[in-house]
Design a protein around this ligand. Structure first.
Ligand SMILES: Cc1ncc(COP(=O)(O)O)c(C=O)c1O
Length: 304
């Protein structure tokens, strides 16, 4: 058990519950399947979804290391930077965000929030941005000064796993499949870092997602872990690539939202639920199985 820094305890006490919502749908009952959504999107209006899970022990480590600032990177719509800027402000940590691409003439809603919460924005060229991906350790950034804590893109560090693993314990029903969308694969790795023995299904949100298998394995091995779960990553539900959509995806999301009252976004959770329904229609899941899909939040990105 890792001691949680008092400032994080205060923040944690402000979080809401993340209930399980059952999806009532004749398509499921016809096949004797159950689908439940783990509503991490309801945890907090800003630090929702997997963001709190991932940042919790990363920032705990930063605070225990005596960090005064956290530096990270992301795109102009980054859910990761959005959650980091807010959390940094709440914890009294300065935050700096390297943003991919030129500063736009008009800032979008995400960038406005970052500035409002005191994040220093540094716009970098795409090639400089790519180079930043080489730095993994929290003190590896060039010109690193003590007190600074570097956090790789998407919070993809082994420190993120413990917080995500806690989610699995919260699921109070028996289930067969736990499904989540993957960007960096860190959230999936966190699920696998728990005592999960069922099947874990990752749905890659980006094209060419086969590399995610190695990344997940590396994150686990850095923590000296191997998973007991049977896990796989589906790489064919990217809809053209990261942040790409198709009319079929958008129509599916709209229909799902209308019928079940749960908002999705097209980058991660829309693709996840589309994949699950597609697999259901292909009879991928044997009758009698209970599927839990994690709503990892990210709805803020839709405002832009
Ligand atoms: C809403 C949402 N869902 C899922 C993911 C994927 O998480 P990971 O990068 O840990 O695979 C992200 C990205 O961090 C996200 O913002």
């Amino acid at each position: 058990m890792t001691d949680l820094h008092p400032r994080l305890q205060v923040l944690q006490s402000k979080l809401a519950a993340s209930p399980l919502t059952r999806i009532n749908d004749p398509e499921l009952t016809d096949r004797q399947l159950e689908l439940w959504i783990k509503r991490d999107d309801l945890l907090h209006p800003i630090i929702s979804g997997n963001k709190w899970r991932k940042l919790k022990y990363i920032l705990n480590h930063a605070l225990h290391c005596g960090a005064d600032s956290v530096v990270s990177m992301g795109g102009a719509y980054s859910n990761h930077l959005h959650a980091l800027a807010y959390t940094g402000k709440a914890l009294g940590l300065k935050t700096i965000g390297y943003i991919r691409g030129e500063r736009p003439a008009q800032l979008n809603a995400t960038l406005h929030d970052l500035l409002d919460w005191g994040m220093e924005l540094r716009f970098v060229t795409r090639s400089d941005y790519r180079q930043l991906r080489d730095y993994q350790d929290h003190d590896s950034l060039p010109k690193f000064r003590s007190g600074q804590f570097w956090l790789p893109e998407g919070g993809a560090t082994e420190l993120a796993l413990q917080g995500v693993a806690e989610l699995v314990d919260e699921i109070e029903i028996d289930f067969d499949i736990l499904a989540v969308a993957c960007g960096t694969g860190t959230t999936l790795a966190g699920l696998l870092a728990s005592p999960l023995t069922q099947t874990a299904l990752g749905v890659a949100a980006l094209k060419g997602g086969d590399f995610l298998i190695d990344d997940v394995e590396q994150l686990l091995s850095k923590q000296g872990m191997t998973s007991q779960a049977d896990w796989r990553i589906l790489v064919d539900y990217h809809f053209g690539g990261f942040a790409k959509t198709t009319p079929a995806l958008l129509a599916f999301m709209q229909d799902f939202q209308q019928r079940h009252g749960i908002e999705l976004e097209p980058i991660y959770t829309g693709k996840l639920l589309f994949a699950i329904y597609d697999l259901i229609r292909q009879d991928y899941f044997p009758a009698g199985q209970r599927i839990v899909a994690i709503h990892t939040g990210g709805l803020q990105g839709k405002r832009n």
